[in-house]
Design a protein around this ligand. Structure first.
Ligand SMILES: [Zn+2]
Length: 317
């Protein structure tokens, strides 16, 4: 349900296979969604919890795969913000020690001997930095429906983790902001370009494509609306023509036909979307390489014929 879960499911279908990355990703699970409790003298229990059962299940599978340890799975009820079911995996005693060793969490100078942030060794390579961000997204990330707003956020427990995450993102040219919202730190990205970069870093390429489609449709609607509000009689004809073209482009786009058109027609469609009020000569000048007015006219006719054919093939005429 929702874009967030779609993206998470997409990521979970491609597990981290390299050990270095699997380790960095699990480190994010334990750092960002984990808790540690003491079980008697120098014996610990590490727990990861999430409202997303598939995410916890994935953590379980990865730990078993790389360490041969089967964490204990549980569900717990929480009354925080209404009643929810939370899914948890826990490792204790010897198993917890092995997990901590694997994740480089042991540090004799830290409180209880446990490091609360990822060590440099864990985040040394770029592939592992991505994997850490991916892990953080799976456990603590949320995305709005792009039709409503371009918005990605990570809810983290404290300022230090917010800083680490924002730092990692900025290494990939994603300039996230961190704010304190009530008791929780939130690291977020709002702008389209940044969001699409972030989906690329996460490796969510299907989501990346659907984000782009949403943007094209949004642009199309804005442009048509802007044109409808323009009542200059001189441009009226161009506007009406452009509007009809945009409707055709939108139709083609909605039925997945954009990629099936020859490249020259795709180019003219793109130019029309970006410059809805350009006349034919201007449109031609915008192409690479530029073409003349009659060339533009020809391509537009072919593009509209393509839309017509598509409608016919779908029995809509
Ligand atoms: Zn790696």
């Amino acid at each position: 349900m929702g874009f967030s879960n779609d993206v998470k499911s997409e990521l979970l279908r491609e597990p981290m296979r390299e050990e270095c990355c699997a380790r960095a990703e699990m480190c994010a699970f334990f750092m960002m969604a984990g808790s540690i409790s003491l079980k008697g003298f120098s014996s610990y229990a590490l727990t990861v919890s999430s409202e997303n059962a598939a995410v916890v299940r994935y953590g379980f599978t990865q730990i078993r795969q790389f360490l041969g340890i089967a964490p204990e799975l549980r569900t717990a009820r929480t009354t925080q913000l209404g009643e929810h079911l939370r899914y948890q995996m826990t490792v204790e005693g010897e198993d917890a020690m092995r997990v901590m060793e694997w994740l480089d969490m042991k540090d004799s100078e830290a409180f209880l001997g446990i490091r609360r942030e990822p060590s440099e060794a864990i985040l040394e390579k770029d592939c592992c930095k991505r994997a850490y961000i991916r892990g953080a997204f799976l456990t603590n990330g949320w995305l709005n429906m792009p039709e409503k707003a371009y918005h990605l956020e990570f809810a983290v427990q404290d300022e230090r983790h917010a800083e680490i995450l924002a730092g990692l993102l900025s290494g990939f040219e994603i300039h996230a902001k961190a704010v304190l919202r009530k008791t929780q730190w939130v690291v977020y990205v709002k702008d389209y370009e940044q969001l699409s970069e972030a989906l690329g870093v996460l490796g969510a390429f299907q989501a990346y494509m659907s984000l782009e489609n949403v943007k094209i449709l949004k642009q199309l609607h804005n442009n048509v609306n802007r044109q409808m509000n323009c009542d200059d009689s001189n441009t009226d004809k161009t506007v009406r023509a452009a509007e009809a073209q945009l409707q055709d482009i939108e139709y083609i786009q909605e039925h997945g036909g954009l990629d099936q058109m020859p490249r020259p027609l795709q180019q003219i469609a793109e130019a029309r979307i970006n410059y809805p009020d350009a006349n034919l000569a201007e449109l031609g000048a915008l192409l690479d390489p530029p073409i003349g007015k009659s060339g533009v006219n020809n391509r537009i006719r072919r593009m509209m014929a393509f839309a017509q054919q598509l409608r016919e093939s779908r029995g809509e005429i």
